[in-house]
Design a protein around this ligand. Structure first.
Ligand SMILES: C[S@@+](CC[C@H](N)C(=O)[O-])C[C@H]1O[C@@H](n2cnc3c(N)ncnc32)[C@H](O)[C@@H]1O
Length: 493
């Protein structure tokens, strides 16, 4: 039985409804930092000849509104005394500002995270200098100042520079324990730093020599325990790890946190999961995990990532996604974007934002290579329809397949199209792959009911060729405050 859980939903609701007291060993959270920008997912055109297609992944814009007022009021009236006091102090100082709205979002979530942690558990809160000073006070109020363990400075070099001030090249990770005992594994590989003969030291066969004093000593072959500043590169634009998700963190960073702060078999929680770096690393390091995100885009990406990295070895349950046709209809009615992402997630496709003329009629893509190493990258294009399938919809997709020279096109719809439209699909012909004797239908129509029933698209990518769901092209660093203009709000998209 699996204990790994992936939740779609607002983390405050999920924490309150599903996560029991004292069940989590380690929390890592990388919430929006209050950067005032929108974050885009980048999905490349595989030919490389066109600019990257962008899709809004989540917002980081905050406004003082009724929801913020209500969240603030709830913490002030029903939160623990110290938290109530600090929030009232913030309110006096900050007024009804954007940053106050951000803190009103964070406070109740931190209170819940304290509740779900075991007494031996600890929490790593990832933020940056935009709000780290306020968050540290809030963490002192929630966990107690005596529970503060480290303010870790994560240094990196990637990203833009400034001529008006010193380059802002670090994030802050606040580490607090719940009780007076916590896990710290100083011997873990990722926690150790090898001597490289840099700085004030020189290495030789005799050992390490301090340049100024000339004193030589034999260093620990395992290296030294890392200090509270970490020199770990942010993901370079062309990194293999990159999934195109903005603010994706490098696995090496999360590896150090998980190896240092937990043991095999422990349960790791990431309530702002994004494209799932924490859960993928937890899985790799034999920990159990719980991930939460409130976009179907992130949940779809995490499913990709787990499948791509661990195949069938990652077993987990997804909670909060539509499981019936009526759930799906409800989602389609509520939010067409989320519906589209969810539907594309069912078939493992990456979403495309139809910003350019050339993206017209395409909601998602999937790339495959069925010719082996050095072979041509081929594509499946997707069109997702939340409402009624109109007379021209399937014909349109057929035209787009021709225009894009796509090998296969898939039409996903809520309602089964009438017979004349499926005839259109039959007339579109077939794609002949070197991997299979029988050709693949060039235009396929799948209903949500089919997909929920386990039917999949008929394409060489499934189990026969490597799928590339998303990959980043273009510049990018770890995220906040540096690439594109962004904003922040408690609801996403
Ligand atoms: C900075 S990203 C996390 C990136 C992640 N560390 C990674 O490596 O991919 C923050 C994520 O939190 C999600 N998010 C924002 N507010 C949320 C909420 N209230 N509940 C759940 N998820 C939320 C966003 O959708 C976004 O994916």
């Amino acid at each position: 039985m699996t204990k790994n859980l992936l939740y779609y939903g607002d983390n405050l609701d999920v924490l309150r409804e599903y996560i029991k007291d004292e069940t989590i060993d380690l929390v890592y959270l990388d919430p929006p930092f209050k950067s005032n920008r929108d974050y885009n997912l980048i999905s490349p055109e595989q030919t490389g000849s066109r600019s990257a297609a962008r899709i809004k992944a989540f917002k980081d814009t905050w406004r003082w509104d009724r929801a913020a007022e209500a969240a603030h009021q709830e913490v002030v009236e029903s939160g623990p005394g110290r938290v109530s006091q600090v929030m009232q102090g913030f309110r006096t100082f900050l007024g009804e500002s954007d940053i106050m709205a951000y803190l009103a979002m964070m406070a109740p979530r931190l209170i819940e995270l304290l509740r779900v942690l075991k007494s031996s558990g600890s929490i790593y809160l990832h933020c940056d200098p935009t709000a780290s000073h306020y968050l540290k006070m809030l963490m002192d109020a929630v966990f107690g100042p005596q529970r503060f363990l480290n303010e870790i400075v994560w240094c990196y070099r990637q990203g833009g520079r400034s001529n008006r001030f010193f380059g802002r090249k670090h994030d802050t990770i606040l580490w607090y324990s719940k009780g007076d005992k916590w896990v710290f594994n100083p011997d873990a590989d990722s926690v150790r730093i090898k001597y490289h003969g840099t700085g004030g030291y020189q290495t030789s066969g005799k050992g390490v020599t301090h340049r100024r004093s000339g004193k030589t000593y034999r260093p620990d072959a395992r290296g030294k325990v890392a200090e509270d500043w970490w020199d770990i590169p942010a993901l370079p634009p062309m990194s293999k790890q990159r999934l195109g998700y903005p603010t994706q963190k490098p696995e090496a960073l999360i590896e150090r946190i998980i190896e240092a702060g937990s043991n095999e078999g422990d349960t790791i929680l990431d309530p702002f999961c994004g494209c799932g770096t924490t859960i993928a690393v937890a899985q790799k390091l034999n920990r159990l995990w719980v991930g939460i995100d409130n976009t179907h885009l992130a949940v779809a990406l995490m499913k990709h990532r787990l499948k791509d990295t661990f195949g069938e070895n990652a077993s987990y349950k997804v909670i909060g996604e539509p499981v019936s046709l009526s759930d799906a209809e409800g989602l389609a009615e509520k939010d067409k974007h989320q519906f589209r992402w969810w539907a594309l997630g069912l078939v493992g496709a990456s979403p495309v934002e139809q910003k350019k003329e050339t993206d017209k009629g395409i909601d998602g893509r999937l790339y495959f290579n069925d010719e082996g190493k050095g072979g041509k990258t081929k594509q499946v294009i997707f069109s997702v329809k939340a409402g009624q399938t109109g007379a021209g919809d399937i014909r349109k997709l057929r035209n787009v397949i021709e225009r894009e020279k796509a090998e296969i096109g898939v039409y996903i719809c809520l309602q089964k199209p009438i017979q004349s439209k499926t005839t259109e699909a039959i007339n579109a012909g077939f794609y002949k792959s070197p991997l299979r004797k029988e050709p693949f239908p060039r235009l396929q129509v799948l209903t949500i009911k089919d997909l929920l029933g386990g039917k999949q698209i008929d394409c060489p990518a499934y189990g026969q060729a490597k799928v590339t769901p998303l990959k980043t092209i273009g510049a990018g660093c770890n995220g906040y405050g540096r690439i594109r203009k962004l904003s922040l709000h408690s609801e996403v998209i």
